[in-house]
Design a protein around this ligand. Structure first.
Ligand SMILES: NC(=O)c1ccc[n+]([C@@H]2O[C@H](COP(=O)([O-])OP(=O)(O)OC[C@H]3O[C@@H](n4cnc5c(N)ncnc54)[C@H](O)[C@@H]3O)[C@@H](O)[C@H]2O)c1
Length: 99
């Protein structure tokens, strides 16, 4: 079987994972890092995002991960114009996500 990283090269791209502190979110972050992406690791609380970052960096110390607090039920939180400056910068630099 071909490793995902061989099929999907996301080097130079940024992905945004919501609910990244959860079981599935953490796996998605790890898969995106494996494919070379910079990942905005977002959750409703910073503690959850930080826990995922710590877990992934234990396996891939050089992973390019940006923590962010985003409540997906909040229009203001998911809007690039009102989200945190770190998240805004990451989104603006991303060819995958709208500015
Ligand atoms: N785990 C599975 O096997 C599985 C299978 C099918 C469907 N699902 C569904 O997929 C989703 C995620 O599953 P999971 O196992 O990762 O759940 P989880 O409970 O482990 O993780 C959910 C994450 O979402 C975060 N979260 C909650 N409310 C939020 C909000 N308003 N904004 C942003 N983040 C928020 C939580 O803090 C948590 O870190 C759930 O809806 C689940 O029902 C899971």
């Amino acid at each position: 079987m071909t490793a995902p990283s061989a099929r999907y090269d996301l080097t130079g791209r940024t992905a945004l994972v919501t609910g990244a502190g959860g079981l599935l979110g953490r796996q998605h972050v790890a898969a995106l890092v494996d494919a070379g992406a910079r990942v905005v690791v977002s959750d409703i609380g910073m503690a959850q995002a930080d826990a995922t970052i710590a877990a992934v960096m234990e396996i891939v110390p050089a992973a390019d991960l940006v923590p962010a607090v985003i409540d997906v039920t909040s229009q203001a939180a998911v809007s690039p114009s009102t989200s945190s400056s770190t998240t805004r910068r990451s989104i603006r630099r991303s060819p995958l996500l709208p500015a």
